[in-house]
Write a protein that binds this ligand. Structure first.
Ligand code: G6P
Length: 506
């Protein structure tokens, strides 16, 4: 864990790692490979917070990044057992792709990881109706989730055998049981798992049948160390181990012991690579998008949100809050615009498509009701356009980040670093980022539409000096940390733990 004052040092990750290698394993890789018309390999940045954080790290350490092949080009790279370099020259990261047969991948990704686990970890099941743990879900658990985790484990072990003393860093909810299968194949690597999303309380975890939740928790406890975004989520994990597995938890030392194996439970709030982000923000393409936003919305105050179109992001309630605002403050008509840049996600899953439909229907309804000849209140873009999102973050007056639950939410950290209008951040009390940024933003309950509308009004009418002070404090807080430091503290703890084990003769 980061101690006071330590944030001022620039951590030397390379020195800490010496000649050791990191093997990162995640479902989605940093880039997606495609082929252009001439058959050349092209890359496109992967989406989501995990990729945002891990890409920076791959520049700092000798790393191999293992992820699932997502298209035919990637499957053929996987078959050739190719190691591909990241396109960025400054990176020494090699990418290895795992070919997961389509029927396994579909069960693992579209049935178990999303929605089942994702909805449990974000508390977004509508429990009177869903989920029903049917035969299909049991089948998808064994023949999808577990099967895919075994394939990732095999690939990680194969790669680890090429290195001396490797550290395998498993990422997120797709890989909760991988460590168990890695351990069956190899005793050598240090195993660390980081959960990027919230960890729920034991009662909500009970949605999973006993056999599944036991397998999941025991899978996590096959690691040497596990990491979470906040103390609250780490404590929920400890509570799950204590109440659902009845294993020994040392609350002071933050360890769990299962069958004599001690697992260390740590907290590492993730951050962003703000220097690279600012560079991207100054790129020609971003400046072009920014100029267009400013031109198209001249004289208007901009409320901005940029998210995957995920039910956990609470997008519809955000629009409803805006509607309440327009009702209560008709003087704001033609003076304010809500810019929602959303990118469709997990499109093979019905709950996601239904949610996207309700986003579109809500926007149409509000626009039809309030639009005038020269103005419509909400501008909705449905596209995965990273650079356009960066541009929008530069020009918000109000940034709305109101997730139902969120592990961290990196948009809340990217916004203040990029924004050049002293914009106000509105933040859900259930976002991980709130523990760091809550004091300098307007904190709302994600369910409280009335309260969110009031917060938007307060943000729009806040005095300039207060906006300036808040914006500069937010920037300062975000800049104190970065994604390299985030990794550095993990590696530092790993090295310390290994030394201790040697001293203790374990
Ligand atoms: C969030 C999760 C990540 C995930 C990302 C994109 O940021 O924390 O683990 O990679 O969403 O999700 P996707 O399903 O598109 O890979």
């Amino acid at each position: 864990m980061q101690s006071n004052g330590e944030h001022r040092k620039i951590p030397d990750l390379k020195k800490l790692l010496a000649d050791r290698s990191i093997i990162l394993v995640s479902n989605r890789g940093p880039v997606e490979f495609e082929q252009d018309a001439a058959g050349n390999l092209e890359t496109r940045r992967g989406g989501g917070g995990l990729v945002t954080a891990m890409t920076a790290i791959s520049k700092e350490a000798k790393a191999t990044w293992i992820s699932a092949a997502m298209n035919d080009i990637e499957r053929s790279l996987a078959h050739d057992d190719a190691s591909v370099c990241l396109p960025d020259d400054s990176s020494s990261c090699l990418i290895k792709l795992v070919d997961i047969p389509e029927d396994i991948y579909n069960r693992y990704y579209n049935i178990i990881s999303n929605p089942l686990l994702w909805f449990i970890h974000h508390y977004i099941w509508n429990l009177a109706y869903d989920p029903s743990i049917s035969t299909g879900i049991h089948d998808a658990w064994h023949n999808g989730y577990v099967a895919a985790n075994k394939l990732f484990a095999q690939a990680a072990v194969k790669e680890s055998r090429k290195h001396r003393n490797p550290i395998i860093m498993l990422q997120d909810y797709h890989l909760f049981v991988a460590a168990r299968y890695i351990r069956e194949l190899s005793q050598e690597p240090f195993l660390f798992h980081f959960t990027h999303i919230p960890w729920p309380e034991p009662d909500y975890m009970r949605i999973l049948p006993e056999s599944m939740r036991t397998e999941l928790l025991e899978g996590m406890l096959s690691n040497d160390m596990v990491g979470f975004q906040s103390r609250h989520y780490a404590d929920n994990f400890l509570l799950c181990c204590e109440t659902l597995l009845q294993c020994h938890v040392d609350w002071k030392a933050k360890t769990v012991t299962l069958h004599g194996h001690v697992v260390h439970v740590q907290t590492y709030p993730i951050s962003i690579d703000h220097e690279s982000l600012v560079e991207v923000g100054a790129s020609d393409k971003v400046l072009e998008y920014e100029a267009k936003f400013m031109h198209d919305n001249e004289g208007l105050s901009l409320i901005v949100r940029t998210d995957r179109s995920d039910p956990s992001k609470n997008i519809v309630r955000g629009f409803r809050a805006f509607e309440v605002l327009l009702n209560k403050h008709p003087e704001l008509k033609e003076k304010v615009k809500f810019l929602a840049l959303l990118y469709p996600t997990r499109e093979n899953i019905k709950a996601y498509n239904d949610y996207l439909d309700s986003i579109i229907a809500t926007v149409n309804e509000i626009n039809d009701r309030y639009k005038t000849d020269t103005w419509s209140p909400i501008h909705l873009r449905l596209e995965d356009n990273y650079l356009e999102s960066i541009a929008a973050l530069k020009c918000y007056d109000v940034l709305l980040v109101n997730p139902i639950y969120d592990g961290m939410n990196l948009v809340a950290k990217e916004g203040p670093v990029l924004n050049n209008k002293n914009g106000v951040l509105i933040l859900s009390e259930n976002a991980g980022a709130t523990s760091e940024l809550g004091n300098t933003s307007l904190v709302v309950s994600p369910f409280d539409i009335e309260g969110t509308a009031a917060a938007i009004y307060d943000a729009l009418t806040m005095a300039d000096y207060e906006k300036r002070a808040r914006a500069s404090t937010l920037r300062e807080i975000v800049q104190r940390n970065n994604s390299v430091k985030w990794l550095y503290y993990q590696i530092k703890d790993i090295v310390r733990l290994e030394k201790k084990k040697v001293l203790d003769g374990i």
